[in-house]
Design a protein around this ligand. Structure first.
Ligand code: PLP
Length: 287
């Protein structure tokens, strides 16, 4: 099926949406993005994604071509036009396409940002078979740049990390810096020990996950203790449970780290409960 996508003010068939070869997203990875999930045709955590988008743009001194209200309307229009019940909406803003390639940022009064959105239909998003099985992760060095709190489209290393995991027969990779786990290639990482949720504190070393914020809020509501601090791979391998969070995976249990099984080697009770709570509570406030 041909999707209807959004490009700079127009709704177009995906085959007709074209951008310049001089676009700085293409040439320099000079762009930011967001992924928002859709459940029952409604947007999950839209306000959080819109807020983080603005922060990423501000940190890079990049203009936002639309207000949050217009952005919401575009998201909803794409959900309707593509009849998305469960799935994802990908959004990308780049610094636009100047007349020529240059390291220097173009004049924003002349070069306008490029705004692209498209949908991804995922009928089994909430009812994922992986959530029942749990994921296997490997560890890799975190050699990404130092501003991981900005959600940029520089995704080559995370993509290489997924390939390393795939080659090792695993599902994903957790990245390690100075002996501590930073995060997964496209998700935040957590362990559970004696009923306590441990996840790395916020900083420039990790992306400030929108799902992370919601899960920690819900965890406290169900009286689980949360400790925001760094943890090592060895601590993770001795944990009772582990899981990851992201807008596309929600809460996803991790059952093996570098070949070491956690607990019974099946999704743990806390991670499973947190997934249920997250889905239940997020659906209630979806827009
Ligand atoms: N960390 C990284 C590196 C990511 O790429 C992502 C999502 O793409 C996340 C964490 C999770 O963020 P969110 O929950 O906002 O999807």
């Amino acid at each position: 099926m041909t999707r209807t996508v959004y490009l700079n003010g127009a709704y177009l068939p995906e085959t007709e949406a074209k951008i310049s070869i001089f676009d700085r997203g293409f040439l320099m990875a000079d762009g930011v993005y967001e992924v928002t999930s859709v459940l029952d045709g409604k947007l999950i955590d839209f306000a959080g994604h819109a807020k983080r988008l603005q922060r990423s743009l501000d940190e890079l001194d990049m203009a936002n071509p639309v207000t949050p209200q217009v952005l919401l309307e575009i998201h909803r229009e794409l959900v309707t036009r593509n009849a998305i019940k469960d799935g994802l909406i990908y959004l990308q803003i780049t610094r636009g396409a100047p007349e020529d390639r240059d390291f220097v940022f173009p004049d924003p009064t002349i070069t306008k940002p490029t705004l692209v959105l498209f949908t991804q239909n995922k009928p089994s998003l909430a009812d994922s078979p992986a959530a029942k099985k749990g994921l296997k992760v490997i560890s890799i060095d975190d050699i990404r740049w130092g501003r991981r709190d900005i959600k940029t489209v520089q995704l080559l290393y995370p993509s290489m990390g997924k390939m390393m995991a795939k080659k090792a027969g695993a599902d994903d990779a957790w990245m390690i810096e100075d002996g501590f786990v930073t995060e997964g290639t496209s998700n935040n990482a957590y362990i559970i020990k004696d009923g306590k949720i441990i996840t790395r504190h916020l900083g420039t070393e990790i992306l400030h996950g929108i799902t992370r914020a919601a899960v920690l809020r819900f965890a406290e509501e169900v009286k689980m203790t949360v400790e925001e601090r760094s943890f090592t791979l060895a601590e993770a391998q001795q944990a009772d449970e582990a899981f990851i969070t992201s807008a596309s995976m929600f809460v996803m249990p991790v059952v093996e780290i570098d070949g070491v099984s956690l607990g019974q080697g099946t999704p743990g009770q806390f991670a499973t409960r947190l997934r249920e709570v997250y889905l239940e509570e997020s659906r209630k406030v979806a827009i």
